[in-house]
Design a protein around this ligand. Structure first.
Ligand SMILES: NC(=O)c1ccc[n+]([C@@H]2O[C@H](COP(=O)([O-])OP(=O)(O)OC[C@H]3O[C@@H](n4cnc5c(N)ncnc54)[C@H](OP(=O)(O)O)[C@@H]3O)[C@@H](O)[C@H]2O)c1
Length: 301
């Protein structure tokens, strides 16, 4: 089928485009800089302009039957007032504009719109969290709630809508692992803060696998946690990463230092969530990397 996709130029996007093409789908990207986005993608992919702030013409969807929406301002930056606005608006307004175009186009039957495990809040300790758990109240939780609410407007139009709540995606090319690797490779890595906070990690291949699963399984709708079945504490993660790299990982990063450098954004790394992929497992998704040591070995080989 023809799939229109935002965020194709990002960290997850190119890997998903590759898998979509391998599975025989046609891909049409919606990007702020179409030429730049297409440069990093295989031939045959087409594109239209979308900046998550300007109303989108229904024609820009190119007659797509499905839409995958991954665009959003990066969260891993200091949360100044302007950054907060970009993080919120790029998701909430962007999703609203996309849904308006889908409604007018009338061709879209399946909608997969990214969300994040940040919806559960960053102060949940060791509480096991499933898709039925209550949401949190902090900044990211509020952004995710508003972002999901806009996406679910498509469901009211009869469009099957899935909101994958993505965890900490692991791959050396981007995200958290790319940030952590230099210190751990130098042997100066270690737990962050107390190390007791949970990290609900997921290998990038399983992230892409679950996004495809959400797209292709007609029985799925609503929230689906995109995390591995065995979340670990930050201290255990640090030990596993050190072991995978054969380096010591015994130098903790104090909470105060993280707060000084990252400001309020430090709550993302000093807090955490213990998220379980209940919907995915009940629907029969087979994880390629269910356990951390195997995932890290494969990623760092
Ligand atoms: N990576 C993770 O660990 C993780 C975890 C939880 C949730 N997620 C969510 O999953 C989605 C995809 O993740 P990702 O890591 O692939 O994201 P990413 O690489 O940071 O960004 C994806 C794309 O968003 C678009 N974008 C960036 N800033 C924007 C802005 N201010 N306004 C409009 N568009 C903007 C860009 O596309 P163009 O320049 O082509 O328009 C970019 O390529 C994101 O919504 C992210 O929040 C990711």
């Amino acid at each position: 089928m023809k799939v229109a996709m935002t965020g194709a130029s990002g960290f997850l996007g190119p890997a998903l485009v590759q898998r979509l093409l391998e599975r025989g789908h046609e891909v049409h990207v919606l990007a702020r800089n179409v030429e730049r986005a297409l440069k990093g993608l295989p031939p045959g992919v087409t594109g239209s302009f979308f900046d998550a702030a300007t109303p989108l013409s229904p024609d820009a969807l190119g007659g797509a039957e499905a839409v995958v929406h991954l665009a959003g301002e990066p969260v891993a930056q200091r949360w100044t007032e302007r950054a907060r606005q970009r993080i919120r608006d790029s998701r909430v307004v962007g999703t609203r504009l996309l849904v308006e175009a889908m409604r007018a186009a009338g061709t879209v039957k399946h909608f997969v719109s990214a969300s994040a495990i940040g919806i559960y809040g960053s102060d949940r300790g060791a509480e096991p969290l499933t898709e039925n758990s209550s949401p949190g109240e902090d900044f990211l939780a509020q952004v995710c709630r508003a972002w999901e609410a806009e996406a679910l407007e498509a469901a009211a139009e009869g469009i099957r809508t899935v909101v994958p709540r993505i965890g900490v995606v692991l791959h050396p090319e981007g995200g958290a692992l790319k940030q952590m690797l230099p210190a751990f490779r130098w042997g100066v890595g270690g737990r962050m803060g107390s190390g007791k906070q949970y990290m609900s990690w997921v290998h990038r291949d399983d992230t892409v696998g679950l996004l495809l699963f959400a797209l292709e399984r007609p029985e799925l709708r609503g929230p689906i946690n995109v995390t591995a079945p065995e979340p670990v504490t930050n201290a255990d993660f640090s030990r596993a990463l050190g072991a995978a790299l054969k380096r010591p990982a015994v130098l903790p990063v104090p909470s105060l230092a993280l707060k000084a450098v990252l400001g309020e954004m430090s709550e993302v790394v000093l807090g955490g969530q213990r998220v379980l992929p209940r919907q995915a497992q009940e629907a029969g998704y087979h994880f390629q990397y269910p356990e951390l040591p195997g995932a890290l070995r494969a990623l760092l080989e």
